[in-house]
Design a protein around this ligand. Structure first.
Ligand code: F0G
Length: 460
């Protein structure tokens, strides 16, 4: 293994004890959780890789900001600090805080989409897809083909297939396409980045047909970091400069600030210059979230977010974070364990189909591996595959996903090198007895976003 672990650019000032249950206890806990990792109690988990969302460690400066948060109902200082930070970083005029990413989606998509229309994305995240479909519209994914082969290494596997995008627009008619969404990084494809060139090409198509281009910006800083590393003409630009250029090509962005903005709660809806759309968005924000200058957040949250946006762009931090992914990926390479490669920005997406080839997609190999990781080492992960994708909203039939991943999502500034070794060792131990692992069937499921709540049982 040639990858060296990049040391943390911080030291630890406060700790949170974690404990490891015995294997027998873990087997009992996951059974009681109906084999759904979302049903486990946090305290029964040793290393929590369920998500990198809201689970990040804030800095001492952010905590100081929390103490200085202005809790005025209207026009608080923390709101203006946040607006100023966003205008500086993204170059958008209108900034609306909301309580998290899906709240921004709810406010926005109700204004841009209606029954009979379509939203097209390089790949919708599950809640984003749900908010498109809740308006009565349909969500279409349009990622480049190379994303679909986890073993194929390419620099920008998150890209939009621009040719197919234009074909889809022509097939359905441009008036039927309410929105194009560029998810950066492309979470569902494995945290894979989108290139600046692809942003430009997508924006050009949207402009040609008069379609609003929205960035789903949860992991904007990681995407900008990958552009700096992998797109020749950007290697001497700062991540902040790259960010501003990236956003200049879109009209609107929604953001879950619980990822790259390194806060535990928060979201943004930002509109570049369309005052009319902003006015409408403010109206919906007041109904769904709260008054416009707090948007469902406390003043302290707004303050921590204004600081976190800059910390997420720090290049030493981004290098260390990316180094953690590279370290884990290198250990998996040594063991012959396949994952979406090259490794993504916020986690390692293990190719469960390759690790458990005897489990068909309708028996959810990604979920089987997630359950096994918990039993093996108390590691909590989630499936990103057919189990998460769910059923066709028109026919009710199980859809088959392009991938069957188990996602090891890495919270920011939380776990150390030894934790990464526990993760690698657990996967290696599972690989050695892979053929003994069984698939699962669903015994109960709700109609939308089933993976959060469904119950499962092992297929003997
Ligand atoms: N968009 C993307 C790309 C996301 O990854 C998420 C959340 C959202 C939107 C919704 O944001 O959770 O703040 O409402 N992703 C988390 C995850 C939950 O685990 O990947 P939210």
């Amino acid at each position: 293994m040639s990858v060296k672990y990049i040391p943390e650019p911080f030291r630890i000032k406060m700790v949170e004890p974690i404990k490891m249950l015995t294997r027998e206890e873990r087997e009992q806990k996951i059974k009681e959780a109906k084999y759904n990792t979302f049903n486990l109690k946090g305290e029964d988990v040793y290393i929590d890789l369920l998500t990198d969302s809201g689970t990040n460690a804030m800095s001492d400066i952010q905590w100081a900001g929390v103490m200085r948060g202005d809790e005025a109902y209207a026009g608080g200082r923390s709101y203006y600090n946040l607006v100023e930070a966003c205008q500086d970083i993204f170059g958008y005029e209108f900034i609306q805080p909301v309580h998290q990413g899906r709240a921004a989606e709810k406010v926005l998509f109700g204004l841009l989409l209606e029954e009979g229309q379509y939203g097209i994305s390089n790949m919708f995240f599950d809640t984003t897809r749900a908010h498109v479909e809740l308006t009565g519209a349909r969500a279409l994914d349009c990622v480049v083909e190379e994303a679909k082969d986890p073993s194929h290494r390419a620099p920008f596997k998150g890209n939009m297939d621009v040719k197919k995008l234009e074909e889809l627009i022509n097939e359905h008619g441009k008036e039927k396409i309410g929105v194009v969404v560029m998810t950066i990084t492309n979470n569902s494809a494995g945290g894979q980045p989108v290139s600046m060139q692809n942003m430009k090409d997508t924006a050009e198509v949207c402009k040609k047909y008069g379609i609003t281009l929205v960035i789903d910006a949860a992991r904007f800083a990681e995407n900008a970091f990958f552009i700096k590393q992998r797109e020749e003409e950007y290697k001497n630009k700062s991540v902040k400069e790259i960010t501003k250029e990236m956003f200049s090509y879109a009209d609107v962005f929604t953001m879950s600030a619980k990822k790259d903005a390194i806060v535990n709660m928060g979201g943004l809806l930002a509109i570049k210059d369309d005052a009319e759309l902003y006015q409408l968005a403010k109206g919906r924000t007041i109904s769904f979230e709260g008054f416009t200058t707090y948007g469902g957040l406390s003043g302290r949250d707004l303050e921590a977010l204004a600081i976190g946006l800059y910390e997420g762009l720090d290049e030493n931090y981004l290098e260390y974070r990316n180094g953690q992914m590279e370290y884990l990926a290198a250990r998996l390479d040594d063991a012959g364990i396949a994952y979406q490669s090259p490794v993504g920005g916020h986690g390692v997406f293990v190719d469960a189909k390759a690790l458990l080839p005897h489990i068909p997609s309708n028996e959810f190999p990604g979920q089987a591996l997630a359950i096994e990781l918990y039993k093996e080492a108390g590691i909590r992960t989630c499936e990103i595959g057919s189990y998460m994708l769910g059923n066709d909203p028109d026919t009710g039939e199980q859809l088959q996903a392009d991938f069957e991943f188990t996602r090891l999502a890495i919270a920011r500034r939380v776990y150390t090198q030894s934790h990464f070794d526990v993760m690698a060792d657990a996967l290696i131990a599972i690989k050695e007895r892979a053929d003994e692992i069984n698939g699962y069937r669903i015994t109960w499921e709700p109609p939308v976003l089933r993976h959060f709540q469904a119950s499962l049982e092992p297929i003997k």
